[in-house]
Design a protein around this ligand. Structure first.
Ligand code: MG
Length: 203
């Protein structure tokens, strides 16, 4: 399976990163070794001094598809979850400066904790889903899928031009404004609407 992550997909976050608003979805990959499941702890890596949280809604692909048309894209996922796109911001800044790829900063072991998934039928409208992240009990990031620059369906259509999507692939759909550092000892809790789906510690 593969993990596809969309960058700069909430305009307010794009602005906080001083990045240009993209004309088409920006994406990158993480390997399966970046996943953390079952609320297992995230171990702060030794190679970074600035790990940032990016809370994101995550789509789970339910069948194979290539060149999927936007109008049919909703048939390619049944479940939505929440995850953290952990980013070594210090390494990412270095990569950006040198024009190098971001993998070191985005795709390392443990860089993709994911929570439980819920059936999308639970939502009246997938383009209006509230989610948030609390660190040590305080809300640090709040988003709603209505603010996505590229909708779930637009993302699936675009990404499937380049990659065959397969059952079990995950798509991180982008983070809202409010990214920031985590520290050893922090407790992270991520919610979709009022439902807590992810709860783990930084060790
Ligand atoms: Mg992200």
């Amino acid at each position: 399976m593969k993990i596809i992550c969309i960058g700069h997909n909430y305009p307010a976050h794009t602005k906080e990163m001083n990045a240009a608003v993209p004309a088409e979805p920006v994406f990158f990959l993480k390997p399966d070794t970046s996943l953390i499941r079952d609320n297992q702890p995230f171990y702060y890596p030794t190679f970074s001094k600035e790990i940032h949280h990016e809370v994101e809604l995550v789509l789970k692909i339910n069948k194979a598809g290539k060149n999927i048309q936007t109008q049919f894209a909703n048939k390619y996922y049944d479940e939505i979850g929440i995850g953290i796109d952990f980013t070594a911001r210090d390494l990412q800044a270095e990569c950006k400066k040198k024009g190098l790829p971001w993998e070191k900063a985005k795709a390392f072991d443990g860089a993709a904790p994911i929570g439980n998934f819920i059936n999308k039928k639970q939502f009246a409208d997938v383009n209006n889903i509230n989610f948030h992240l609390a660190v040590n009990g305080s809300i640090v990031q709040k988003g709603n899928s209505k603010d996505l620059q590229f909708s779930f369906d637009a993302i699936i259509a675009h990404v499937s031009i380049f990659f065959t999507l397969k059952t079990g692939d995950l798509i991180f759909t982008g983070t809202p404004v409010g990214v920031g550092p985590v520290n050893i000892g922090d407790k992270l809790e991520a919610y979709i609407e009022e439902q807590k789906l992810l709860d783990f510690e930084v060790k």
